[in-house]
Every structure is written in structure tokens, then in C-alpha cells.
Design a protein around this ligand. Sequence first.
Ligand code: GLN
Length: 537
Amino acid sequence: MNKAKYVFVTGGVTSSLGKGIIAASLAKLLQARGYRVTIQKFDPYINVDPGTMNPYEHGECYVTDDGAETDLDLGHYERFLNVPTSQANNVTTGRIYQTVINNERTGKYLGKTVQVIPHITDEIKRRMLLLGQTGDYDIVITELGGTVGDIESLPYLESLRQLRWELGVDDTCVIHLTLIPYLKAAGELKTKPTQHSVKGLLELGVQPDILVCRTERKLNQDIRRKIALFCNVKQNAVIESMDVETIYEVPLVMQKEKLDKVTLSKLKLSSKSEPDLEHWKDFLFKLDHPKSEINIGLIGKYVELQDAYKSINEAFIHAGAINECKVNVHSIHSEGIDSFNVGEKLANLDGILIAPGFGDRGIEGKIEAIKYTRENNIPFFGICLGMQCAVVEFSRNVVGFKDAHSTEMNPKTKHPVIDLMESQKKLKQKGGTMRLGSYKCELAKGTLANKIYGKSTISERHRHRYEFNNEFMEPLKKNGMAMTGINPENNLVEIIEIPSHPFFIGVQFHPELKSTVANPHPLFVRFVRAALEYSQS
Ligand code: GLN
């Protein structure tokens, strides 16, 4: 078994520099050279996982096959690498402390005083090494959340310092992502913030090997020399990271700057072959040269925040490229939609997607939008809460159950067409208790879903507490709604369609979580095509 090597990515100067994208891009390049690579993220907050956080706080919550609620950077890792992540790929301070405190309660520390060093740092190091010890990977990239200088990041940087000594310098590489701001008034790029943030790292005993410098202007040789001189790195280890149009260009930009080569040489690994990025470049070419254009309405309640529907937006990019079609996603706040303005709000859209979500804010707007979409034969795609709203709308306006609702919004309705799952009824604890992760689903023959997937059994990821209430199956079927995807173990309805409509599909699961550059999700691919046909008709 090969011993894994470890790359750590830290951040300095400011947050939001794109550590996740740099980590994913490096991983992509190393993978394209034939290495087996995985990425993990360590987040310094005290929540055990981001599952309990409001999307406004933290953007989308990404769910893995094994049902972990994780940071949205894991979505980038999967979309770039096309390799699934798991519970082990995202660790938080909350989880570390939870483990240490549980150990203490069960007497594992044999009467010792439990302290940040060594107990917390030992637990961090154990988890940093976990994926590397499976034998499945040659290189493990660990992204450390937060910014150097944060109080919360200290135990992680201390663990990193210890690990470098324990593993040996040839087995580890530290990449520090930093910002080189341009001062308009001085007409200059400034290196001082970077010098300070590297000093911050040095004070903690960590010397970075590579600096990735985020910048709006090109770094000339002088600047590179200066950064190298002040920060004790080789000049070829000063990597320029200019702003680009799409995150999918970053691997190519990093390849040009030789980030992969410098990393491999630091780790004393051979470069193997040149990276095979043919498919990736083909994707980028199609993305840059669309032959058509469509407008999709994304209707939800977190529309002000781009990151809230990250995976949906990315899935549209993948699906657009393969259809050689530019997909303009227009975020529309469901709270602003009513029966009077719905036509105007949804004018000029070629397809409507109703987003996942929780709680009743903006629900009636979603239901109005679905009614309009259904009656006007506009392609419709509902995800999770979006699917549940489609069932409510149909029950009210087609079947005639005027007060139909989900019991999440109206627990007293006489027609609870969406109801809390039996398994959820006795739960008191909030975090990690939804129906999470991958479950199987059987598709009925000849249905739209069956045609889209081209197979009869699928597996998709979930995150919900409510479900289609099977007591209402008959009246809905009789009136023209079809339940075309069913979980074989518990009969839970996973997919609904309206076969008389040109394209109307709602899914209880989250297909967006499985769309990658290499494998755009078939539901998004077909939805884009349906919208394209609609726009041309
Ligand atoms: N609130 C709904 C439920 O819990 C839908 C969840 C979602 O859209 N992810 O079932």
C-alpha cells in the first residue's frame, strides 16, 4: 500500500478568496495526471455540522451519499473530481469537541486533565490522517476553513505544525492562499498584507511551501521576487491566481502557473504524464460557445444569497454546456408572487424550477407559480419542497381539495397531502435527523422519469422530513397526476409527473447534488432541453 501524502490549504488576509476552488482545481490536475486524490474540509465553527444553519449564514447544505450534512465546498470537490465524498470529508470543531468530550465521559483519558493540546489537536490529527490511511488515495488535500489570525483556527494550525514534524516535510505541502490588492491611487499591487499573513503562519510554526496569490492584475517578476524574498518561498512557488469568468477555468489557470508541478516536486512525487484534460476543455469550449439561450426562473425564498442554491446553479451550467445552450437562471422571490402578478413575474421564462426549502414563508407564491406553469404548459421541475408544492397545487386546483396542504405549513388541514414521515414523528433532536443521503427509487416503465434516466432503478440523495401522503394517491391519480418513482422499501413517492403536460416533473430527492462536469445530471439535461424546445415553439 502506498503511503498517502498530504497537502494543506490555508487562507490569509481575507475570507472568500476561493480556497475550495483552488483545492478542487489542484485535485483535478493531480487526478488528471493519474493520481488518486481526495479533498477534505475542516471548518472551525462549533456547530457539529452545517445542517442546522440557516442558508443565509452558510449557503447551501451539501449532502453526501452516506447522509452527512456538509459544507458546500464538498459540492465543488465532487463536481470537479466526479468522485463522491463522505462523512469523513468534512470535520468541524463541534464534531472534534463532541468526540473528545464523549471520550472523556467514557474514561478514555485515564484521569488526565483534558486540554486543547494534546487532546483536541490529537483528535484533529487523527481525522486529518483518516482518509489517507484507507489506502484509497495517493494524495489527500485538506482545506482549513477560516483565515490565519482567527482564534478558532489556532488548534488546526497547531495540529498542522505537529503533523509536519511527525510525517516529515517530504510528505506534506502547505499552500497558503492570499490576496495581493491593487491600490488604484498608488497604481500598485501591494504585497504587505501577504507578508503579514505569512508572518502570522510563521509565528505558529508553519512555513508555507507555496503561495497562491489572488489578484486582479498580473504579477510581474519583480513582485514575485519580492513575495518570495519576504515569505521564504521559491519564486516558482509564487502562483498567480487572477479572477476568471467561471470557476471551471481555474484548473487550467493553475496548470499554466504550474501549481500541480510545484506541488508534486515539493512532495517528491513524479509528475507522471501531462494532465489529461480533454474532456474538461471540451466542456469549457461548449460553455463558452453556446448555440442557443434560455431563461429559467428559479423560484425560492433565499434568492438574495447566491450560495443558497449553489448546486442547482452549477447543475444548470453542466446541463447547459452539454446542450450547447446558455442557461440564464433568474432568481425570483416567491414571497413577491401572487395570483395577480404571476403572469408578469413569469413572463419570458422558458422553464420554472421550484427550489427546496423549509417553513411556510413564500409558499403561496410558489403554489401560484406552479398553477401558472401547469396551465400554460411551461416546462416545470420541482425539487424536494418544490415537488411537495406541486402536489399541494394539484390537489387544490385540479382535484378540488381546497384546503390541501403540507402539515409542515398547516398541521390542521383536512387534506394533508404532504405529511411528516412516520419515522420523524418521535424525533426531538434537530441536527442530522432528517431522512438523509442516498436511497433507491424504482421508476415506472414508459414514464418521463424512466426515459430521462434510461433505466428502472436509480439512487439519489435526500434531505427531508415530510413526504407524499399515500392515502391521497388514488384521487390524485384519477385526476391526472402520476407517481412514477417509488422507494421499493417503504413505498415513499419519490417522483410525480403530469403526463398530459409537455414536461412536468417533481422529485423528492436532490438531483443537483449529483451533477458533475463529467456527469451532468440527466434531469437537468432534459429540463434544459425541454425549456429550449419551449423557447423555440
Ligand atoms: N421542508 C420539506 C421537508 O422537510 C422539504 C425539504 C427540502 O426541500 N429539502 O420535507
